[in-house]
Structure formats: C-alpha cells, structure tokens
Design a protein around this ligand. Structure first.
Ligand code: F6P
Length: 359
C-alpha cells in the first residue's frame, strides 16, 4: 500500500498517516510513503514506512512515525501537482505504481486530491481510498475534515487577542481567514468568537452594500446606546472584495466618528500550521483505521466521511461512513457553488445562534 498527502497541508495529516500505517502493519501489509503528493507518484518517490520488528519478526511502523503523530504539516511533504491534471502523466503514475508493486493507494487531502484519486481509480482501475483532510471543510459528505478543528482554534486564539487590543482602542477589526471558496472557517469562527458580522463567499456580497451595512454596524455598535468597545468582522478569503479596500472605504464612511478606527488583520497561513488538537488527532486516527480496513477488504473509489446521516455505507465506526468518490465530488461541487443544503443549514444555524449578520 502507498500513502500520499496532497494539496494544502492540514494539521492531523501526520496522525492519519501514523494510524493508517499502524493498522496496515499489524495486518502484515507493506506500506510506502509517497514524497511530495501526486508529483512524487509521477516521479516514483517512495520511502518505506514499515520495517521488520526484530522482536516479533512481524511488520512495525518505522521509529519516526509515532513521533510525528502530534505534529502539524505532513511528514511526507505535499504539493499541488499541475502535471497530474494531464491524463498522460496520470497514466505514467499508474504505471509507476504497478511497476513498484503498489496494490492500493491511500490519498489524504482536500477536494483537488480527491479528484486525482477519482481519476486514478476510474481511468486505471487502481485501488484508491481517500481521507478528507483540509482546513477549508469543503469536501462533500464529510461533516468535518482533518485539520478544521485546529484551524478554528487558531482563529479563536487570534481573534481573542485582537479583541483585547481592539477593546482598548475602540477599534473595528476586519479579520480575514483562509478557506478558499468556502466560508466555513469564517462562519464557525464568527459564532465562537462572538463576532459582529461575517462575510461569506457563498452569499457573494456586493461591495457598496457591504460597506453600507458595515458602516451601520460600526455606528450602531459605538453609539452611546450600545457603547460597544470592539467590532469584529470575520471575512472569508473567498469574498471577492479586497480586505484593504474594505478597510479604506469603511474608514472613510465613518471618518466623522471620533476615536473610532478601522483596522484589518489577514491571518493567512498561520491558520494552517500548528500541532493538531485532540479532535483532529482523534478524527485522523479513526479515518486511518477505517480507510485501511476498506483497503484490506478490497474496496476502491471511496472516501471515509465523518457522518451520522443515514446515507453512506456503514463501517466499523458508527461516526465514519464510506461514500463513493464520484458522489463526494458532486457534493463538493455544490458546497463550492454555495448551493449545498449543508451550507444553508450551517448559515441558518449561525444566524439563529448568534443573531449575527451573515452577508
Ligand atoms: O486549501 C487550503 C488552503 O489553505 C486554502 O484555505 C487557501 O486558499 C489555499 O490553501 C492556499 O494555498 P497555498 O498555500 O498553496 O497558497
């Protein structure tokens, strides 16, 4: 079996590798790691992840593995391979896998990685199983992907710190968070930090309308009646309005308010780093177990999902279901377009819990 991590790294990817390798080794399966994602597959960059245990004579994970389980990033390296979009390179990668004696591939990554996994499986009949890992939480059918919880905890910590200084100065802060085309991190972060507003790409907000609404929010919040000392707006990076432009236009709109300032912080890649939280390690380990069980049972073209719905195929874990990769990709498309029922449900829940303006 080969394991690869692909796309943006996510905290917990290492925990998924460790779990998968431990389960596979104890079943007597040889495991190699692919270095650098799909690019490594094209180039045949494999490294052993198991070795013979001198005591038992059976297979055991290499000593490095347990140590990296609690670390962020990915020990295998990752990448966004453009060559893998080309069917010729995929054909080559499939040949490399077969020539190296690799019988199954475990792909740990986001939605682009699942597209690659789907292509390898559907075009070349290779045994491929996926584990959803991306801070964006934009992978179809899985309520949660590996890395999301750590990213949200980082966002909370950053917003709490920003709020301390914002309250001291009567400032309005626009905090931009990652998430590509998905507003999940901004949305969930807004609920947990008690933000005053959240800007989501799914709502495709119009620039002048956003500035008008934020102006009203700032005026109202800092008015004598509300006497708030901080305004916090979470903005998802997928929102098309540049953050600096928003700050400039909002500052101009509230220029008459004395002692009120508008500032911005773009959290960027800080949100993607850091050691995984307990929840991400737990999710990753359980995904690793079920994914390897699926591979050993001869399954292919499927992804493990965190799901309690009636849909999907039950597994040994009541919270983990198997979904066909083509269905995962269709559902992912709806999430990305903002037309998924799940996304609407999340937005309605936020509005109900928080009374915040999601626009
Ligand atoms: O998919 C994870 C993610 O961090 C997105 O939130 C973000 O848009 C993107 O990757 C950034 O990718 P890169 O690090 O390649 O610029």
């Amino acid at each position: 079996m080969a394991v690869l991590t692909s796309g943006g790294d996510a905290p917990g990817m290492n925990a998924a590798i460790v779990s998968a390798v431990q389960v596979a080794a104890s079943a007597g399966a040889e495991v190699v790691g692919v270095e650098g994602g799909y690019e490594g597959l094209i180039n045949g960059k494999f490294r052993p992840l198991v070795q013979t245990d001198p005591h038992s004579g059976g297979l055991a994970p290499i000593p490095e593995l347990p140590r990296v389980g609690g670390q962020g990033g990915t020990m295998l390296g990752t990448g966004r391979s453009t060559r893998f979009f080309d069917p010729e390179h995929r054909r080559h990668a499939a040949r490399v896998m077969r020539d190296s004696g690799v019988e199954a591939l475990l792909v740990i990554g986001g939605n682009g990685s699942m597209e690659g996994a789907h292509a390898l499986w559907s075009e070349h009949g290779l045994a491929v199983v996926g584990i959803p890992a991306s801070i964006d939480n934009d992978i179809g059918h899985s309520r949660e992907s590996v890395g999301v919880d750590t990213a949200l905890n980082t966002i909370l910590d950053a917003c709490d710190r920003i709020s301390d200084t914002a309250r001291s100065h009567h400032r309005a802060f626009i905090v931009e968070v990652m998430g590509r085309d998905c507003g999940y991190l901004a949305l969930a972060g807004a609920v947990a930090t008690g933000a005053d507003a959240v800007l989501l790409p799914e709502k495709n907000p119009e620039r002048t309308e956003v500035v008008k609404r934020l102006e009203r929010l700032v005026r109202h919040s800092f008015s004598g009646r509300r006497q708030k000392r901080r305004v916090l707006v979470l903005k998802a990076e997928g929102v098309k309005i540049p953050t600096e432009a928003l700050v400039a236009e909002l500052s101009e709109a509230v220029a008459d308010l004395q002692h009120v300032e508008v500032r911005a912080t773009v959290l960027g890649h800080i949100v993607r780093g850091g050691n995984p939280t307990f929840r991400d390690r737990m999710l990753a380990s359980r995904f690793g177990l079920v994914a390897v069980q699926a591979i050993l049972a001869g399954r292919s073209g499927v992804m493990v999902c965190w799901s309690t719905s009636d849909r999907g195929e039950p597994t040994s874990d009541a919270f983990v279901k198997l979904f066909p990769l083509d269905s995962v990709l269709q559902e992912t498309q709806l999430l990305t377009e903002g037309t998924s029922d799940l996304q609407n449900e999340r937005i309605h829940r936020l509005e109900a819990i928080h009374g915040a303006m999601a626009f």
